[in-house]
Design a protein. Sequence first.
Length: 198
Amino acid sequence: MELSKRLEALRSFLKDIDKDFIAIGFSGGVDSSFLLSACIRWSRVPVYALNVESIFLSDFARKTIENNSRELEVKISKLYFDPLSIKEIRENGLYRCYFCKKNIYSRIIDSCRYLSKGKYLIFDGTQADDLKRFRPGIRALRELGIGTPLSDFGFTKGDIRKALRTWGYSFWNLPSESCLAAQIGYGMPLNELNLKKF
């Protein structure tokens, strides 16, 4: 499918949403920034951006969240999470990302439930290229009922960058960056000391 057709399909989908609001799990990266922009442009309901702050975020990631939200003219709601308090995350096994993603979005769900009695949608910026890689966190999204419209409509990273560039955003070519935990090999327990090395 051509990019123009994917954009039209996404536009139609967002336009037809009839809920109290949409919540976006916002990392500040290219994918979630594109999804947030599309929802603001095309949805008829309020759109909220939620970022879950943790020790796993680099200084670069924090600055990117600040810069991109300013350019998108969106106020980011901050939630807080201590991943090192979770044994399965702290042990840094092969499925660390599953437990991390599940805890992150459980907090977002709790926040949304405070605002509405179930009449909302929560979206994550997972895109089509992610489905081709080992991404245990995707299973957590599915278990929690988190929507992934970018992957559903077949958007690749290249599509997303092209659309952002066309829309005039300066961050269209922002480099991808994994969390600090991903810089440490599986099996090496995570702690504040080794995370601060990156």
